[in-house]
Design a protein around this ligand. Structure first.
Ligand SMILES: Cc1cc2nc3c(=O)[nH]c(=O)nc-3n(C[C@H](O)[C@H](O)[C@H](O)COP(=O)(O)OP(=O)(O)OC[C@H]3O[C@@H](n4cnc5c(N)ncnc54)[C@H](O)[C@@H]3O)c2cc1C
Ligand code: FES
Ligand code: FES
Length: 1255
């Protein structure tokens, strides 16, 4: 082995650059990710941790690699949460801090993000900026015409896709896409939405001139010269000390593997390490072997027989290679196969994952872990050949054999795979006038971005006109299906055998489909099995259905004198068209327009000014709780949660000794100090325990808090903690609201929340012509999915005090809870919150126990303790939106007028043994709007009336609404909703009455600072969409006090000086104080001008009962002509119009962002976001403010209307079947649900109808 090593130059310390700074690391745990390093060992904290699984883009960095031979730099984004630090040896990393900052000047990307109002909570913004920067850098490398000044070579379509791998929970994306598109050379300025740069009336030229200038020639250098030089001397890393090995040849790899075998240590082969996104490393490996530098594993070779790709080639590079195939070398159909494989690969994960994920890693995961891989399915359909090396032996296998063999062991290496070149004349039957058809399919919850498929498929067929001239004959076909709940991708051989040699018509296709249904059967435990089988049918129909249609066309073609060959040519053209079919690569957004009415009456209140801190958020300078550097001696915590809904806790142990590595303490309710109490949160309904005591009351309840030296060790230990449960003699848990009713487990509802009856139900029912009695609807939960998970830092201070930094919507409540838990006076506690990376209600009550646990641990251990809850634990603990079961009875007239409505709503508010819930954005309102729509729909379908007619006849008037409306020092937290900005505007407005300099100037002088319970002891909750307005009123009142105090000084100064500015005025205020103290002593001090003011503004409770008018119209279709939709249940929103009246907006741009963001979050609730739990209620998934969220119900309504159309069509095909026009469309209306309502046997029914001559 030594001789192999000597043959190349390698380093024994890790060298790389971050934003141009050199880093040299000689000792590191090889499992350290780039993100961990950046966040804990550098000042570059813009790189955020959100999912930790490669799924959200918050942690993206630009990785640049230098190729000394070509003197070329490759720039691409990667997810730093999965990228191992050792693998960036010799690379340069650029984060958003590297682009610009508040001192040196913001980059135009930062400025445009701010100006297009594209940053709300800002937690996603650094990753977004990096994605856009990468797109710009790469666009500049393309051979394209020079763009106009100020623009880049980027196209609008590329700009939209630039952020396809980044999630944002706040904005609704439109504003972000506008910021990206503003750089594109082909952008239509009219298409760019509302922004702070220009007004509607400005000309195109003016608009362009107002955009922060992007100078292409001033590009940031992504690869520093010093690193180029160093790379020329030594490129490979051999960190024996940290167990990271980089072999550069197969013999070297073989000897490393042999050594491991002989010396009994464990090794892990790594390439991109993206597999960690799915399979978290629980075991510890002694050594990591980075196999990316072995030429035999990283080649791409083409010849006349096909293309062979080394296992370590990334998916992005494989796509490039497959697309590069030149038609000169191959028959066009063969090239088409390569291109379609590449097209499919582009739908895998996101660009940043594909940039580091290897094709070999994917195939190994498919083989070893039964991963629902796309690559294995598509390669299976084209007879790919695999080369595997075990020891010194290399073996070639068909992919099918490889997938079916026993899981690859740790010593076997996948070397390469080969896709044969498919020439219809050579490969299959040698029919001269045959053509090749190849298509791949994928049904996933989202067409682009991270979403594993419900099923994928790839079909290859060779067809020719039948000798009898009666249709198209299938000479051969290969049908591969995968990811549907099967151990690995499979070939549907029974169906293939049946089809081969047949002339395709509707009957043949029907039979093939029946065979397929029996073949594609998901394994037990797979979700929506019937839906998945129906997808397989749908895709086969999509592939072959048009050939069956051809049967009819052929007869008419022959009558018209056309030859079969001509017809085949036409087919071929159709196939080529499909390749460029836009529906396969939909753009993310089409266009949007915002029309607002602005008022300058209360200037600068009402101005659409840029959100305070937006550019800081974009440049990564904004400090969130987890960005605060750890104090010396800091420890880290992680929660151990119960997995049982109701059980006695006998004890907690760790799975192995190594699990306790770095652990300092395990804290449970027993560690609560004397005088303290086991409380984790307080609400108006009472307190909730911090930890389960002897009894755990729901799965997901906090049982203990592990404290360790690093967050990683704390998380690992918590993961490996084993709770010993005892369930003997315990009542069975209550796991549904129905059981809760049966067992009389009810919440005492405080009178203020008790529902009040309006009108006389019996009278209304009597007057009704029709009644629907006891109909039921269920609404599930929804996870908050704030991008920043729960986090806190507790620092012990002198004299038993505790300072806690918390990402919380209600610091005051955390303050009280912490004091009570620790048994110390409230004046010993101080809670500080500067900004929250998204809350949506989830950082109110649910953030308190997180802060309290840190405070408790810090108090016990006398050391700072912090936590950044990992996404999985966060999901388990969060609880989410309240699920509801609604039973309604409604009486109505024949014209649709509702006379009486009785609703029984069962809310799971915590008296079941399910995770307890808490308010989520628009709590209650969103469900109420859904219930109203569901009732209206039900009435309409019972009367066979248009839904809109029923809506119209039941619309409220102002007076009828009054029937339902009889009817805090305010402190607010910046959650991204623009509270600071509005407060600033109000301060400037209110202080401007002192007439001292301009208001614009004043705006710049106002700074809003963090919330601190030391200075703001009655902050209340930031929730309910009214906090900004109330905070502004408090600001106004305070400013009025200041104005009153300063006015006499101003007048005196004006008299003396003739004119006056703010600085002089304030200076004078201060000097008045100093002079008086020195001249006349303490008594005068009391009369001095007090330049700070506070006030307690308690909004009238009725302010929460605000009236908003909003309307949203959405158009959703499931069009038969767009087969995809009816065949898969995929719903596409074609257009949504929102009209929203938010009164006199304090800041229209901020409110617009809230409206769009809430609407999109509502779409998530109604259409996409499932909340999967196991039978114990444990979440099993891995991975203006509120009112506009309600409007998203329109998307659901439109979907219901489209489904109704589809059902009518089914009815027309099969009159005997009787499709009920009243159906219940669940929330969320996901693909499986929509598809089921459209008919899982839609294809079969259509075929039967055709077979029966369309009767
Ligand atoms: C967010 C996300 C979304 C994704 N979406 C999809 C999707 O939609 N469709 C899809 O098909 N895939 C998807 N993937 C999977 C992705 O394609 C794989 O994670 C990736 O290809 C693995 O490659 P890697 O180089 O990162 O492997 P690594 O993580 O480095 O390795 C994975 C495993 O394979 C082993 N290994 C790697 N190479 C070899 C080799 N040559 N010989 C032997 N063993 C080897 C490693 O030891 C490890 O056990 C997704 C992944 C992520 C993170
Ligand atoms: S992609 Fe890395 S944190 Fe989400
Ligand atoms: S601004 Fe995008 S997640 Fe908050």
């Amino acid at each position: 082995m030594e001789e192999h090593r000597e043959s190349r130059s390698s380093r024994n310390s890790l060298v790389f650059a971050v934003n141009g700074e050199r880093f040299d690391v000689s000792s590191v745990d090889p499992s350290t990710t780039l993100l961990e390093f950046l966040r804990s060992h550098t000042r570059f904290k813009s790189v955020k941790l959100s999912c930790g699984e490669g799924g959200c883009g918050a942690c993206l960095v630009l990785l640049s690699k230098y190729n000394p031979e070509l003197d070329q730099v490759d720039d691409f984004t990667v997810s730093s949460c999965l990228t191992l630090l050792c693998s960036v040896n010799g690379c340069s990393i650029t984060t958003t801090e590297g682009l610009g900052n508040s001192k040196a000047g913001f980059h135009p990307i930062h400025q445009r993000f701010a100006g297009f109002h594209a940053s709300q909570c800002g937690f996603c913004t650094p990753g977004m900026c990096v994605s856009l920067f990468s797109a710009l850098v790469n666009a500049e490398k393309r051979h394209r015409p020079q763009p106009p000044p100020g623009f880049s070579k980027l196209t609008v379509s590329e700009a939209e896709k630039a952020i396809a791998g980044n999630l944002c929970r706040c904005t609704g994306y439109r504003s972000i896409v506008d910021a990206c598109k503003s750089f594109a050379a082909d952008v239509d300025m009219e298409d760019l939405g509302f922004n702070a740069f220009w007004g509607k009336q400005d000309s195109k030229e003016v608009k362009i001139s107002r955009l922060p200038l992007w100078k292409r020639n001033d590009q940031i250098c992504t690869f520093p010269e010093f690193l180029k030089k160093e790379n020329k001397s030594a490129a490979f890393l051999d960190l024996e000390r940290c167990c990271w090995l980089s072999p550069v040849s197969i013999p070297e790899l073989q000897s490393l593997l042999e050594n491991a075998d002989n010396n009994q240590y464990s090794v892990k082969l790594v390439v991109g390490n993206t597999g960690m996104g799915y399979y978290k490393e629980v075991e510890h490996f002694d050594k990591y072997i980075d196999i990316r530098h072995i030429p035999e594993l990283s080649f791409i070779r083409r010849d006349q027989t096909g293309i062979e790709i080394g296992a370590t080639v990334t998916i992005s590079k494989a796509i490039e290679a497959l697309k590069e195939q030149d038609e000169g070398d191959f028959h066009s159909e063969g090239v088409m196969v390569f291109k379609k494989i590449a097209d499919h690969m582009e739908k895998i994960a996101t660009g940043s994952i594909r940039n580091s994920a290897s094709v070999g890693g994917n195939l190994v995961m498919a083989q070893r872990n039964n991963f629902p891989s796309d690559i294995s399915t598509i390669l299976l359909s084209v007879d790919a050949v695999i080369t595997v090396m075990t020891g010194h032996k290399c073996e070639k296998l068909m992919l099918e054999e490889f997938l079916e063999s026993s899981p690859l062991d740790a010593k076997s290496v996948l070397v390469s795979f080969k896709i044969p070149y498919w020439d219809p004349c050579r490969n299959i039957t040698s029919e001269t006038n045959s053509i090749m058809l190849f298509e791949t399919y994928r049904a996933a919850p989202r067409p682009l971005g991270n979403a594993l498929p419900h099923l994928n498929a790839a079909f290859l067929a060779e067809i020719s006109p039948s000798e009898m001239g009666d249709g198209i004959k299938i000479n051969s076909c290969q049908l591969a299906f995968g990811a549907y709940g099967t151990r690995h991708a499979i070939r549907a051989r029974t169906v293939e055998d049946f089809l081969i040699g047949k002339v395709l018509n509707f009957s043949v296709l029907y039979e093939a489909i029946k065979l397929l249904e029996a073949f594609v059967v998901p394994e037990d435990g797979t979700s929506s099995p019937a839906f998945r089988s129906s997808l397989a049918v749908g895709f086969l129909f999509q592939f072959l259905g048009f050939l069956a249609e051809v049967e009819t066309e052929i007869s008419s073609a022959q009558v018209d004198g056309y030859s079969n060959t001509l017809l085949l040519k036409a087919l071929k053209m159709k196939q080529n068209d499909d390749q460029f079919d836009q529906t396969k690569f939909p753009t993310l957004l089409s266009s949007a327009k915002q029309v607002l009415e602005l008022s300058r009456k209360y200037y600068p209140v009402g101005e659409p000014i840029i959100k305070s801190g937006a550019a800081l958020q974009a440049s990564g300078e904004a400090v969130y709780v987890d960005d605060i550097p750890s104090p010396a001696n800091c420890l880290y915590g992680a929660f151990v949660c119960s997995t049982k809904p109701l059980a006695r806790i006998k004890g907690i142990e760790f799975k192995s000794k190594s699990a306790t590595h770095g652990v300092s303490a395990l804290i449970s309710y027993k560690e609560i100090p004397e005088g303290g109490a086991n409380v984790g949160s307080k609400t108006i309904f009472g307190a909730e325990p911090l930890f389960a005591d002897e009894l755990t009351r729901y799965a997901g309840q906090r049982v203990a808090f592990v404290v360790a030296d690093t967050q990683k060790n704390a998380d690992r230990a918590a993961n490996l903690a084993v709770v010993d449960y005892d369930m003997e003699n315990l009542e069975p848990p209550i796991l549904s609201v129905e059981e809760a009713v049966e067992r009389s487990s009810f919440f005492e509802v405080p009178p203020i929340f008790s529902p009040k009856q309006v009108g006389d139900i019996l009278k209304g029912m009597d007057e009704a012509d029709h009644k629907i009695l006891s109909a039921e609807i269920k609404l599930g939960s929804q996870y908050y999915f704030y991008m920043e998970t729960q986090t806190a830092l507790a620092v012990p201070d002198e004299d038993n005090c505790m300072v806690v930094y918390s990402s919380i919507q209600c610091p005051e409540f955390a303050h009280a809870t912490i004091a009570r838990c620790l048994g110390i006076p409230e004046h010993n506690v101080r809670v500080i919150t500067r900004r929250v990376g998204g809350g949506f209600g989830g950082k109110a009550i649910k953030a308190m126990p997180v802060a309290t646990a840190c405070a408790l641990a810090a108090y016990k251990l006398c050391r700072p303790v912090r936590i950044y809850v990992n996404r999985k634990t966060d999901m388990i603990m969060a609880g989410g939106r309240h699920p509801m079961k609604i039973t309604y009875s409604v009486g109505f007239k024949s014209n649709g007028k509702i006379m009486a409505l009785q609703l029984n709503i069962l809310i799971d508010a915590g008296l079941t043994n399910l995770p307890n819930r808490s308010a989520m954005r628009a709590p209650g309102e969103v469900q109420a709007s859904f219930i109203a729509e569901a009732v209206i729909e039900h009435v309409a379908s019972t009367l066979s009336m248009e839904v809109d007619s029923v809506r119209n006849i039941n619309l409220h008037t102002y007076n009828s609404l009054n029937l339902f409306y009889e009817g805090c020092a305010v402190g607010g937290i910046e959650l991204g909703q623009g509270l600071w900005t509005k407060a600033k505007q109000m301060a400037a407005f209110a202080l401007s009455s002192i007439l001292c300099g301009g208001t614009v100037d004043l705006l710049e002088k106002v700074r809003v600072v963090q919330t601190d319970t030391l200075s703001l002891i009655q902050g209340g909750f930031t929730a309910g969409s009214t906090t900004s307005e109330s905070s502004c009123e408090a600001v106004r009142l305070c400013c009025n006090i200041l104005v009153e105090r300063l006015t006499p000084i101003r007048e005196r100064l004006l008299e003396q000086m003739g004119s006056i500015n703010w600085e002089t005025l304030i200076q004078q205020g201060l000097e008045d104080l100093n002079v008086r103290i020195s001249e006349v002593g303490a008594a005068a001090y009391m009369q001095a001008v007090n330049l700070s003011a506070n006030t307690l503004f308690v909004p009238d409770l009725s302010s929460m009962l605000y009236l908003n008018y909003g309307a949203a119209v959405s158009e959703a279709t499931m069009v038969l002509q767009v087969e995809v939709n009816l065949l898969t249940g995929e719903t596409t929103i074609l257009r949504s119009d929102i009209v929203y009246d938010c009164g006199q907006s304090l800041n229209p741009s901020v409110d617009l962002g809230q409206i769009e963001g809430a609407f999109v979050q509502g779409i998530g609730f109604f259409m996409f976001e499932e909340y999967p739990t196991n039978s114990d209620g444990l979440v099993v998934s891995e991975a203006s403010g509120e009112p506009p969220l309600l409007l998203a119900v329109s998307v659901h309504c439109a979907t219901r209307a489209a489904i109704r159309e589809a059902r009518q069509q089914l009815q027309s095909w099969n009159k005997s079947k009787g499709f009920d026009s009243t159906f219940n469309l669940e929330v969320p209306a996901t693909m499986p649900i929509v598809k089921e309502l459209c008919g899982l046997d839609y294809v079969e029914m259509y075929l039967q109808w055709r077979i029966n001559g369309r009767k």
